[in-house]
Unconditional design. Structure first.
Length: 133
């Protein structure tokens, strides 16, 4: 279940308004920002703090991916923002008719966050292999 945190100011991700902001977070972390063409149409952001996306499938399964937080934001704010965005994505997925949500992460803190919100992990950090087609 996806519940149990209080509301903060969450906005729908807008490419024109927010992409440069999240790209700078990736760059600060010495990571390559995702190309615009790989971002889904549904994402949520708490400006200057954190962002994540909902990838839809043609089944009852959706994916929560691309979580990123501003490395310069206060740690408590980042954690609260990521919690809120995760809950919002779960609510949106449910509203859209999805029955399950899935994510992949090699970050132990992400697995702990999932468990705190009633999710299940296999306890093994994962690194997904990706390849352009």
């Amino acid at each position: 279940t996806c519940s149990g945190v209080r509301r903060m100011m969450i906005e729908k991700f807008d490419l024109t308004e927010h992409y440069a902001q999240i790209a700078s977070w990736y760059t600060y972390r010495r990571q390559v920002p995702p190309p615009v063409s790989l971002l889904p149409r549904i994402g949520f952001i708490i400006s200057d703090v954190a962002c994540c996306f909902l990838y839809q499938t043609d089944s009852h399964l959706a994916f929560m991916e691309g979580a990123i937080a501003n490395p310069l934001a206060d740690k408590e704010r980042r954690n609260e923002a990521l919690d809120m965005i995760g809950v919002t994505i779960c609510e949106e997925a449910k509203r859209l008719g999805f029955k399950h949500i899935f994510g992949v992460s090699k970050v132990e803190a992400v697995q702990k966050r999932v468990k705190r919100h009633g999710g299940v992990t296999d306890g093994v950090p994962h690194l997904v292999i990706k390849r352009a087609l």
